[in-house]
Design a protein around this ligand. Structure first.
Ligand SMILES: Nc1ncnc2c1ncn2[C@@H]1O[C@H](COP(=O)(O)OP(=O)(O)OP(=O)(O)O)[C@@H](O)[C@H]1O
Length: 343
C-alpha cells in the first residue's frame, strides 16, 4: 500500500495496484541497504561527484522524484539528473531503486537512454531519515513521447513505424539480456534532438532468472498499459508468463495511442479507473480496432501486439520482421523530432 500511495499522485491514466510486500523483504532491511550501496558506482569517469553538476531547470516529475536538466561544470556537457527520494522505511522503493541502478549499469544500447552514473546523496536532512538516489542520464532534448503526444495529439503512420521499430530494437536488446522492462508507456519513451526514440526508466524492470515473474513485480508498472496476464494473472495464465510478452502488449497500446490521439482501450471521455481498465483489458475475446483510418499493416501489427493470450501474442523477433516496421528507412524518426521540437 505504501508504494501505491507514493506513486498514485501521477498522471490521470496511472493507477497502480497495491504491491504485496513479501514479509521476507521486510525482514531484510539491512540486506537491502547493502544491495543499494553496492550498486552505486559512477559509470562515467568524468562525473566524479554530484557537485560537478549544476542544475539548470526541472525537466519533469515522476512518481518517485524529479528530473533536472544539469550542466557538467568542467566540460559544459548537458545531462538529465533523475533524483529519487525515499524515506527510511520505504523498503520496496529502495529495493526497486537498487534494481534499477543494477540494470542501468548493465545496459549499453543506442535504443536505451544511457546512464552515466549513479550517486547516493546520503541523508537528505528532511528529518525523515530519507536519502536521495541520483541517476545521471543522457539528456533527451525533445522530452518524452507523452510530452509530444500532448501537444500534437496524433502522428501519421510514417512517424509511428519509426517509433515502433526503435522500441522493438530496444526490447530485443533487453529481452536478449533477460531483462523485462515492465513499464513501456509514452512517458518512458524519450526522444533526442535527431528524433531517435529510446527506452528509459527501469524502476519496475527485473531480470528473469529462469522462472516466471514473481508476484511482487506483477502489480507494478502503469496499469493502463498492462497486459491482461499482468492485470488478471488468474484468468490469463499470468503465473506462467516470464513477462516478455507484457512488454509487447504495452508497445501495442502505445502504437495505437499514437494513431488515435488518446488512450485507445477506453473511450475518450471514459475515466480510466480500475474497473473500466479491467473490463477493457481483460474481458472480451479480442481487442477491437478503433474506427480510424489505418493501413492493413498497421492493423495487423497492433493485432499481433494486442493478442490477449500472451502465448499467442507476437514476439519481439516476429514483430521486427513485420511489414509495418519495415516500410522504408525506419531507423530515422526525423518526422518525430519535427513534431517534437518545431511544432
Ligand atoms: N533523460 C531525460 N532527458 C530529458 N527529459 C527527461 C529525461 N528523463 C526524464 N525526463 C522528463 O522528466 C519526466 C519525468 O520522468 P520520470 O522518469 O521521473 O517519470 P515518468 O516516467 O514520467 O513517470 P513515472 O515515474 O511515474 O513512471 C519525463 O516524463 C520526461 O518529460
Amino acid at each position: 500500500m505504501t508504494l501505491v500511495r507514493e506513486r498514485r499522485h501521477q498522471q490521470a491514466l496511472k493507477l497502480s495496484l497495491p504491491p504485496p510486500i513479501p514479509p521476507a523483504e521486510l525482514r531484510h532491511r539491512t540486506l537491502l541497504s547493502t544491495l543499494l550501496s553496492s550498486s552505486i558506482s559512477p559509470a562515467s569517469p568524468c562525473i566524479n561527484n554530484l557537485s560537478d553538476l549544476e542544475k539548470l531547470a526541472v525537466l519533469g516529475h515522476g512518481s518517485g522524484g524529479t528530473v533536472y536538466k544539469v550542466r557538467h561544470r568542467s566540460s559544459a556537457s548537458i545531462y538529465a539528473l533523475k533524483v529519487l527520494r525515499f524515506t527510511e522505511d520505504a523498503v520496496t522503493i529502495r529495493l526497486q531503486a537498487a534494481r534499477e541502478a543494477e540494470i542501468l549499469k548493465r545496459v549499453d544500447s543506442p535504443y536505451i537512454v544511457r546512464c552515466h552514473g549513479v550517486f547516493n546523496n546520503g541523508i537528505t536532512g528532511n528529518g525523515d531519515g530519507g536519502s536521495d538516489l541520483c541517476f545521471v542520464m543522457e539528456y533527451m532534448e525533445a522530452g518524452s513521447l507523452h510530452d509530444v503526444l500532448r501537444v500534437r495529439r496524433r502522428f501519421p503512420e510514417k512517424v509511428i513505424y519509426g517509433v515502433a521499430r526503435r522500441v522493438l530494437e530496444g526490447l530485443h536488446y533487453l529481452h536478449g539480456m533477460q531483462i523485462v522492462h515492465g513499464d513501456i508507456k509514452p512517458s518512458n519513451l524519450l526522444i533526442n534532438a535527431i528524433g531517435h526514440v529510446k527506452i528509459a526508466d527501469f524502476g519496475v524492470s527485473h531480470v528473469v532468472a529462469g522462472k516466471p515473474n514473481n508476484t511482487c513485480d506483477f502489480f507494478m508498472g502503469t496499469s493502463a498499459y498492462m497486459s491482461p496476464e499482468r492485470f488478471d494473472p488468474e484468468r490469463w495464465g499470468g503465473d506462467c508468463s516470464d513477462g516478455f510478452a507484457g512488454d509487447v502488449w504495452s508497445l501495442g497500446v502505445v502504437v495505437l495511442e499514437c494513431l488515435v490521439g488518446h488512450f485507445p482501450l477506453i473511450g475518450p471521455g471514459q475515466k480510466p479507473d480500475w474497473p473500466t481498465l479491467m473490463c477493457a483489458i481483460c474481458f472480451g475475446e479480442k481487442m477491437e480496432m478503433p474506427e480510424t483510418a489505418a493501413s492493413p499493416e498497421f492493423q495487423s501489427f497492433v493485432c499481433r501486439c494486442l493478442e490477449k493470450d500472451w502465448r499467442k501474442r507476437g514476439t519481439v523477433a516476429e514483430l521486427l520482421s513485420h511489414p509495418f516496421v519495415n516500410k522504408g528507412c525506419c531507423d530515422s524518426t526525423e518526422g518525430l523530432v519535427d513534431y517534437a521540437l518545431n511544432g
